[in-house]
Write a protein that binds this ligand. Structure first.
Ligand SMILES: NC(=O)c1ccc[n+]([C@@H]2O[C@H](COP(=O)([O-])OP(=O)(O)OC[C@H]3O[C@@H](n4cnc5c(N)ncnc54)[C@H](OP(=O)(O)O)[C@@H]3O)[C@@H](O)[C@H]2O)c1
Length: 292
């Protein structure tokens, strides 16, 4: 597996497997399948409520822990130095490991500087190898990067052929921070399947449009973590290392970039409220919300 060197010298796989919206029951099977076909980077989060499934899979998979690269994220409701510290210990317990390879602040809300201090401490204690951010738009990213003693290794952003993140990448570069792409397949957007530019490239290389979309990210040195619950698609999404796009082909994809949809912008107060209340709605242990 091709790797990328982070700003603290640690190498991580450039392509991994994400488990957002994979149910706790299915997660163990999916991660076992993903590891069996060759994935070594697994991306989960406290707010996915499936860290235990990931932990069970890594305990059973037979691949040594030091050959796997685990990412998880601290959720908004665990923000602040004290709560974040406790939540990281809980993530370690659920993941059945004594270290996390890459730990991120999931959203740029609540006491995220307190969370960062807790995360810096876990690095010094050897519980975490690298720390970073997620969904920090350029203004919030620079605020956090200036504050940080340990500069963020990555910023996980929605990045794909329709959301190319050139401005964010430029702001992150001086800090050595890499883009890690969530939604690298545009979260199943049917336009990815029908776009003529992607279809022409797919035909030329004998690949699918999804494989072209992933190759586009890798050719920009962007880490990508596609999700699928189907083993044939997991294999397909990994089978992108036997070709590269030419400079002209990369440029032909640039015009596919679209303005962000404000409904899903982290600057939309309605989305901020939704995310603050996400835990009440989606935490399977929250008996009150389960009754609603
Ligand atoms: N930091 C954040 O805020 C954040 C937000 C969202 C996601 N993430 C992370 O990023 C990961 C990936 O993002 P995502 O899951 O939102 O979206 P994604 O990986 O862009 O797309 C997943 C969708 O594409 C389908 N798919 C996968 N491979 C395919 C293929 N080869 N052909 C056709 N369809 C395919 C999947 O369906 P099937 O499962 O049915 O195959 C699913 O509907 C997540 O799992 C999570 O780890 C992070």
């Amino acid at each position: 597996m091709q790797t990328i060197k982070l700003n603290n010298g640690i190498e991580m796989p450039i392509l991994g497997f994400g488990v957002f919206q994979v149910s706790p029951d299915e997660c163990e099977r999916c991660v076992l399948d993903a590891i069996s076909v060759g994935y070594r980077l697994i991306d989960t989060a406290q707010a996915y409520y499936n860290e235990e499934g990931v932990g069970n899979a890594i305990a059973k998979c037979g691949v040594p822990r030091n050959e796997l690269f685990l990412t998880t994220k601290v959720w908004i409701t665990n923000a602040g130095e004290e709560k974040a510290t406790a939540s990281i210990d809980e993530s370690l317990r659920k993941l059945r490991t004594d270290y996390i390879d890459l730990l991120l602040i999931h959203q740029p809300f609540s006491d995220y500087t307190g969370t960062w201090r807790a995360m810096e401490k876990t690095v010094r204690e050897g519980k975490v190898r690298a720390i970073g951010l997620s969904n920090f738009y350029p203004d919030r990213f620079v605020d956090m990067a200036e504050y940080a003693e340990i500069k963020p290794a990555v910023n996980q952003l929605k990045t794909n052929v329709f959301s190319q993140q050139w401005d964010a990448g430029a702001e992150m570069k001086p800090y050595g921070t890499h883009i890690m792409a969530w939604g690298p397949l545009a979260q199943g957007d049917p336009d990815l399947q029908t776009n003529p530019i992607l279809n022409d490239l797919a035909e030329k290389y004998g690949k699918t449009t999804q494989q072209i979309a992933l190759r586009y990210l890798l050719d920009r040195d962007i880490i990508a973590i596609p999700k699928s619950t189907h083993i044939d698609r997991m294999k397909q999404n990994l089978d992108v290392f036997d070709f590269t796009l030419t400079q002209a082909e990369m440029e032909s994809i640039c015009p596919l970039d679209k303005p962000a949809d404000f409904r899903w912008s982290h600057r939309n107060p309605e989305l901020v409220k939704y995310l603050w209340n996400y835990d009440k709605q989606f935490n399977p242990n929250n008996k009150v919300s389960n009754r609603l």
